[in-house]
Design a protein around this ligand. Structure first.
Ligand code: NAP
Length: 319
């Protein structure tokens, strides 16, 4: 018989782990399905594992590294009794109660756990360009994570694609290693915040290619260049670079809930009355329901809301 828990939390970024801290302190013995180590944002700890310095999380006057912040969240939840399954959730059935949750485990086809209430904090992942060469060369010069891979590009030339805060953050970080970083952006105006723009413009290792898109990533076994097209003039140029960092936004990790929970047109889960989903007893927090703020602090705040909502709901069910 699978373990039956009052609270199962899917995801272990700031939202999931804050929900774990709160539900653990409420004596609900949460089980966190935290994901598996990988180079993507659905690994344990979520997207902050792919970040360097976090300077805007309140309380850390001098900033803190993303992975260290997440380790602290995890340790804090453990202290109050949260437990972890270090695997990815592979399926949930929200038509049965308690909700069965399966994980990627070659050893069994049985559910790993059943949940009286479920907190969904599965986050979001990097969007990719979908151009020739990208998939083949991912991990061979194509990256979505400057923190993980920047070190490999010492004294080399790099392209960063995108015009938001992520792109500029990656570009600025990469100047620690690279000889030159070219930001390729499809428009003339950046989407990034003013402070990030100012920092990038002041960095003499960063150049910009405006109104431009990468149409192909060149190289056989590793990246040798980027084919860049100016969208106004149509002019195409092959630029020799050894790294291409894609930073064009994110997609919510909601495939597990397709047909089971209400989502918007972009696949973000819809919530109402705090963190409630369209299924009673399922609560949602973090980037999987937020395409607007997408900050560690807002994710953590919504994780707290989901935990309190789950606790009150369980209490109303007589738990
Ligand atoms: P974003 O703000 O959505 O920016 C995505 C960028 O990629 C945009 O400039 C967009 O161009 C471009 N883009 C999208 N699809 C593209 C495609 N197929 N080809 C080429 N370019 C494409 O995403 P983000 O930068 O990941 O940031 C997400 C949120 O996190 C934002 O709210 C941001 O403020 C926040 N964030 C904050 C920090 C920080 O405070 N330190 C760091 C990272 C992220 P258009 O502009 O033309 O749409």
């Amino acid at each position: 018989m699978p373990d039956v828990r009052d609270v199962v939390i899917l995801g272990s970024g700031p939202a999931g782990l804050t929900a774990a801290i709160y539900t653990a302190r409420a004596n609900l013995a949460p089980l966190v399905v935290e994901g598996e180590p990988s180079s993507t944002s659905d690994q344990p700890g979520g997207q902050l594992m792919l970040t360097t310095e976090v300077e805007n999380y309140p309380g850390f006057v001098d900033g803190i590294l993303g992975p260290e912040l997440m380790q602290r969240f995890r340790d804090q939840a453990s202290r109050f009794g949260a437990e972890y399954v270090t695997r990815k959730a592979s399926a949930v059935d929200l038509s049965r109660r308690p909700f069965p949750v399966w994980v990627d485990d070659p050893a069994t086809t049985d559910p790993a756990v059943e949940a009286r209430s479920l907190i969904v904090a599965t986050g979001a992942r990097s969007l990719m360009l979908g151009v020739p060469g990208e998939e083949k060369l991912l991990g061979h010069g194509v990256s979505t994570c400057a923190t993980c891979d920047g070190f490999f590009f010492r004294d080399q030339e790099i392209v960063v694609v995108g015009g938001g805060d992520s792109a500029l953050e990656e570009a600025i970080f990469l100047t620690r290693f690279a000889s030159r970083v070219t930001v390729v952006h499809r428009r003339k105006e950046l989407r990034a915040s003013k402070i990030m723009q100012d920092r990038a413009f002041a960095n003499d290792k960063i150049a910009f290619r405006w109104d431009s898109v990468v149409t192909e990533i060149l190289g056989d076994t590793k990246v040798s260049g980027a084919r860049i097209r100016n969208v106004l003039s149509g002019e195409v140029e092959d630029v020799a670079v050894s790294g291409i960092f894609v930073a064009i936004g994110h997609q919510p990790n909601t495939a597990l809930f397709s047909g089971q929970l209400d989502m918007d047109d972009n696949g973000y889960l819809r919530t109402s009355a705090g963190s409630r989903s369209s299924v009673e007893g399922v609560f949602v927090c973090g980037d999987v329901q937020d395409h607007v703020y997408q900050q560690a602090i807002t994710a953590a705040g919504s994780g707290c809301m989901a935990a309190i909502d789950a606790e009150r709901w369980l209490e109303a069910q007589g738990r």
